[in-house]
Write a protein that binds this ligand. Sequence first.
Ligand SMILES: [Zn+2]
Length: 249
Amino acid sequence: MEGLFYFFIFALGTIVGSFFNVVLLRKNTGESIVKNSSRCFSCGKKLGPLEMIPVFSFLWQKGRCRHCGSKISLQYPAVELLTGLLAFMVYFKTGVSFWWLFYFSALGALLLTALYDLRTKIIDRHLLYIFGLFASVEFLLRKNFFSDLISSFFITLFFYLIWRFSGGRWMGRGDADLAFFLALFLGWPQNLFMIFLAFWLGGILGAYLLIFKSLRWGLKSEIPFGPVLALAVFLVWRFSDFSAAFSLL
Ligand SMILES: [Zn+2]
């Protein structure tokens, strides 16, 4: 019975993930996110209900359109799987409660912001502000106003200065905005751990890109710092007990 419940949480996450795919593809393209039904990009055939089942439809169609046989991007099952995994991981921290909904929504918005950044190298304002709303609620509930605000301010300033003095090469302007809400979400001193972890992860990723990918992409390959920051936030949040949910218990 419990196994069935785990599956339900995961499945719920993958459904949200398939919505994320639509947002990632249609945002800022002028296409409606809610209106048009999903179609094959190659032949334009409308997808039937069986073809819209997250992850599984990709697996049993072996990654191809059933109508024209053209390849379906791996992004679809990857984003669905990742969002399903997030739903699952949040459940392990919060259990069945209102807080599951709260943190899955908050971290889901962050995941979407990071994925959009990975795709386009832009921190989208709308997506960031949705996460910012949850971060602000978390900040207000934690009631650690002074140290949370001061630390978030200095972290933002730090990112802003890196952006300013690297001419945007090491860090984007959007990363500073993102860093503010991330720092506010975690609060002091977790937001300091976030910075250390992000630079550590960024260093590993940078070394990996330099060693293994330099032949293909050249030395110019940049580290997508938004997604690295988002991963650091998730890890710090997951493995610390200092969130609003726990201060209210
Ligand atoms: Zn097709």
